[in-house]
Design a protein around this ligand. Sequence first.
Ligand SMILES: [Zn+2]
Length: 218
Amino acid sequence: MRTKSIWFAGLLWLLLVTNAGAFYDPGLQRWINRDPIEETGGINLYCFIGHDAINYVDLFGYKPGDSYPSLDAAAVDACNDIIPKSIKEDLEYGGKLYKRQDGTFGYTRPKKGSKESVFLGSVAPPPGTTTVGDYHTHGAPSSRGKTSAGDDRGDYFSSEDKAGNRRCAYPGYIGTPTGKVKKFDPNTGQTTTIYPPQPPPNPQPPPKPTPGTNPPVK
Ligand SMILES: [Zn+2]
């Protein structure tokens, strides 16, 4: 009897382990990476190398294989390609940004996620390239509510987004519901808007002399 119980326990354990192997199942993305309710949503990156279980067909004419001179340029194009669709469907999309041996950059095809997340852990860059960043979008305007300052929450990296990029030690980019592309660099902790290009800060004009307050001229 005892032996049977042990076998039964073993079988249960095996089933659990086997189920854990379904980590790659796109159907599980929903809860694997579900954001806390108060968060603005986003991705959770597990930095293991995996193989994408799905063969994505390039139905929309994106050019993920194109070469870009910089990581930022690849990220802006990756986000801008998919932002309209992401907004229309109110779903996150995302992918990896990679560097080729010739020094140019590219991005993987956008992978469809859920309303709150897109799982990029299983997205592998092309052979011979190195992952140097990732990108994802945040769906439709206002679908995450507003910040206390009245801004669209989708315009900001979630804390989970940032935590993922800190773990991976490479920059993350978001395509936002208002059409911006923002970058979070875990090395500096800075978030910057890289699209549309931001005007340089205005130099402060010299203060105009106010009558009556000028120091007396000697
Ligand atoms: Zn996010």
